[in-house]
Write a protein that binds this ligand. Structure first.
Ligand code: PHE
Length: 338
């Protein structure tokens, strides 16, 4: 009997030590100590022994029972502990770790420039006007003093929708639309998309312009020059130089082209300005008396000036972009830089 008890104790000890979960441990507890357990069976047999032997084995079996109980308790807390230390590695959370910055969208460089232009002109009292991109030939050309056979039409290779309807080649038709519906004084800018059949490093079939128009009593070419200088210096920096060259547009007389000193090389000459030190920024001029008459204004009473700037060109200079086409390809690797 003593041997049986000792074997049982040794077996139990080994089994408890190698139990790897609390479920296995519970099974072991039941199989040794439960009502139908092995040790319980031995203890039950004690009553059949002689009193002397009963006392001896009674003490021994109680000892074995207590040992097994103690081992189970010890193992159980060891198992609990290892469960938590495992969790600490598998579920670890580093509260000091910084998160990658959340990505958010932003405005396209053209849109940023467009908004800045509106802001700069709002400050000196200009309203923002707009007109349709699909336009009547009449507004885009005829009322701007470019009848159907006018040679200057060749300089704006046009997308026609029909004989009378086209994609506007310039923002100048907004001048006509506005003047037909408003009396002087007029002071507007009209930013928008325009379309021409052109495609190379510096031309895309769709690009952006903003038109400016001022009509009132006593407007002179000095007002035009002052406004252009104000606009260029606000957009490209206060040290920007502006020069005016004679030109020809059917809807202005006299007509000018407006150049700004290249802000990439500070006028010294570089690839962007083709080593000229100057970049062509706008067409401008005093509104042709015939255009004023076309919208019902009296050129004896009022005079005005108009200009048309390329928004994309300004964006390229502000952001140092060398290829116009990059602005319209929608490549995120490019756009994310602005
Ligand atoms: N509309 C002309 C162009 O696109 C620019 C311009 C506007 C010239 C207003 C004079 C006056 O070329």
């Amino acid at each position: 009997m003593q041997e049986a008890l000792q074997m049982l104790a040794a077996q139990a000890k080994a089994a408890i030590a190698s139990a790897d979960s609390s479920a296995v441990l519970e099974q072991l507890r039941v199989s040794y100590l439960g009502k139908k357990g092995e040790l319980t069976a031995i203890l039950r047999g004690l009553k059949d022994l002689a009193p002397e032997a009963r006392a001896q084995f009674g003490a021994l079996s109680n000892q074995v029972k207590q040992d097994i109980e103690a081992q189970i308790v010890g193992k159980s807390s060891a198992l609990e502990e290892s469960k938590y230390s495992k969790l600490a590695t598998t579920e670890a959370l580093d509260v000091t770790k910084t998160l990658p910055a959340a990505k958010s969208g932003h405005l396209h460089p053209i849109t940023q420039t467009w908004m800045l232009i509106e802001d700069i002109f709002n400050r000196i009292g200009f309203e923002v006007a707009s007109g349709p991109e699909v336009e009547w030939d009449k507004f885009n050309f005829e009322l701007l003093n470019m009848p159907k056979d006018h040679p200057a039409r060749d300089t704006q290779d046009t997308f026609y929708v029909s004989d009378e309807i086209l994609l506007r080649t310039q923002t100048s038709p907004v001048q006509i639309r506005w003047m037909q519906n408003h009396q002087p004084p007029v002071r507007i800018i009209a930013p928008g998309r325009v379309f021409r059949r052109d495609y190379d490093l510096t031309h895309t079939p769709m690009f952006h312009q903003f038109e400016g128009l001022v009509v009132d009593k006593g407007i002179t070419i000095q007002d035009l020059k002052g406004t252009c200088i104000y606009a260029m210096q606000s957009l490209l920096g206060s040290s920007t130089k502006v020069r005016f060259r004679p030109h020809n547009f059917p809807f202005t007389e006299p007509s000018l082209e407006v150049d700004a000193s290249c802000n990439i090389c500070q006028g010294k000459g570089c690839r962007t300005c083709k080593h000229q030190g100057w970049l062509e920024m706008a067409g401008a001029g005093m509104v042709h008396p015939q255009v004023l008459r076309n919208v019902g204004y009296d050129p004896e009473q009022v005079s005005g000036f108009a200009f048309g700037f390329g928004i994309d060109r300004i964006a390229m200079m502000r952001f140092g972009i060398s290829d116009l086409r990059l602005l319209f390809e929608g490549d995120m690797r490019f756009l994310q830089q602005f």
